[in-house]
Design a protein around this ligand. Structure first.
Ligand code: GLU
Length: 466
């Protein structure tokens, strides 16, 4: 059997953390078994589905590296097929037309609630002769759900879930306007797409019971079900914006590398021994649905951030530059020149251990992309008194005499000069930092000298001295 999984988002909002994790688990399981990972856009609710939300889903999945197989399936394009299946159920006697008015239904619901029954529809049209149908009323089509016994879904994560059939309504399959309901569409699509494993949020667990009844009524083979627990906020409450329940794009914009987000999401409710840091490829080799935990996991931004710092440190320098460059260009308001790019290439390796996100890194690395003459910040200006300038002049002299420039050569020249003048190196380093970077905080001063090179370094010092 080829494993076929799917991610079936409704494009009504952003691709949030929970959705992304569902997609990831489906992706991992399909990859683990050499199967297919499908994407189905459940866009039947025309009023709530937006192009923007679709784009957010595509972009978010691609950014995470969760490439789906084949073309996405748009549920809205399959309405005819859903209607056909409703008709097929009618002909099999497994569905019927119901002509109840909204008022009648409201009365039934009230009565059912009084009785404490879960069956809100009393089955009025279930066994009635079609000749009794009122004229001019467009019926809905309801499923003739079993009245007796129980329905059991053997869920891989939740175990056996049992519902007494007398608690379930004859659900609507086709509305009076002929449009199919979610419950029908999902089953028909999962069947037609040959989905073998339905892995999704446990908010769909009760739906699985009803869906199973539909599979049985059609005589279709059931997929395996796995309903994964919700993601909670760090305080154990339902995840909200306050907890970081943001769109995946917000994490991208905040500069979290996708591999960090994927790694984090994979660990949110699933584990492979004590492994904390692993790639999506490794997880694809390990992933088993049975290893998904049964209790809800808590979102922890601190953990995500520390993974982000880890992946930044490990990131290949060329890739890192590609990621940081646009962020710096954004800050500068223009594209980088060749010279700025070179400096960035020279400076980034020394900086990448200092930042937790790409955004932070781009902020620190900006120092290599600012052009002289610099505008020193307030602290820097305060520091540049006449005494400091005298130290700077000393540094200039020592640096100008360096013949073969390097970080180490610049350091040696400065140390000697400080020593000869009976000065503490720090006293020289601070004004030098201000001259080179325009600020009082920067990476090691020798590192900065190494990146700027001799001519640029001397010119920056001269800008301050003149
Ligand atoms: N479209 C549904 C949702 O976004 C998911 C349906 C399913 O996975 O079966 O919640």
């Amino acid at each position: 059997m080829t494993v076929v999984t799917r991610f079936a988002p409704s494009p009504t909002g952003f691709l949030h953390i929970g959705g992304a994790r569902t997609a990831l688990f489906n992706y991992l399981y399909a990859r683990k078994h050499g199967g297919r990972f499908m994407l189905r856009i459940e866009d039947t609710d025309r009023t709530r589905s937006t192009e923007e939300a679709k784009r957010a889903i595509f972009n978010g999945l691609r950014w995470l590296g969760l490439e789906w197989d084949g073309e996405p399936v748009y549920q809205s394009t399959r309405a005819d097929r859903h209607v056909d299946i409703a008709q097929a159920l009618l002909s099999k006697g497994k569905a019927y037309r119901c002509y109840c008015s909204p008022e009648e239904l409201a009365v039934m619901r009230q009565a059912a609630r009084k009785r404490g029954s879960g069956r809100l529809y009393d089955g009025k049209w279930r066994d009635r002769d079609p000749s009794e149908a009122p004229r001019g009323v467009a019926p809905v089509i309801r499923f003739k759900a079993p009245l007796k016994g129980q329905t059991v879904v053997e869920d891989i994560v939740q175990g056996a879930v049992t519902v007494q059939n007398d608690q379930l309504d004859d659900m609507v399959l086709l509305r009076a306007d002929g449009s199919p309901t979610y419950m029908l569409s999902v089953v028909v699509d999962d069947h037609d797409m040959a989905i073998t494993h339905v892995v999704r949020g446990d908010d769909h667990l009760t739906n699985a019971i009803r869906q199973k009844q539909l599979y049985l009524a059609m005589g279709w083979e059931l997929p395996a079900f796995a309903h994964i627990p919700l993601i909670l906020g760090p305080d154990g409450a339902k995840m909200s914006k306050r907890h970081g329940a943001l769109g995946i794009d917000a994490y991208r914009d905040r500069g979290f590398p996708p591999e960090a987000v994927c790694n984090y999401l994979a660990r949110l409710g699933w584990s492979h021994g004590d492994d904390e840091i692993f790639s999506i490829e490794q997880a694809s080799g390990w992933f088993e649905i049975g290893d998904i935990g049964k209790s809800p996991s808590r979102f922890d931004l601190v953990k995500l951030t520390s993974l982000s710092a880890h992946y930044l440190k490990e990131m290949d320098d060329t890739r890192l530059i590609e990621k940081v460059m646009p962020l710096i260009a954004d800050r500068l308001g223009r594209a980088l020149t060749g010279k700025q790019r070179d400096r960035l290439a020279a400076g980034l390796p020394g900086l990448k251990g200092r930042a937790k996100t790409l955004l932070e890194l781009s902020e620190i690395a900006l120092l290599y992309c600012r052009e002289r003459p610099l505008e020193p910040d307030d602290n820097a200006i305060k520091l540049l008194d006449s005494e400091a300038k005298a130290k700077l002049a000393l540094a200039r002299e020592a640096l100008a005499a360096v013949e073969r420039w390097s970080e180490n050569a610049a350091e040696a020249a400065l140390r000697t000069a400080a020593n000869d003048a009976g000065e503490k190196l720090g006293k020289i380093a601070q004004p030098l930092r201000v001259a080179l970077t325009g600020g009082t905080v920067s990476p090691g001063i020798f590192e900065v000298l190494g990146v700027f090179g001799k001519t640029e370094s001397i010119s920056r010092i001269d800008d301050v001295l003149q």
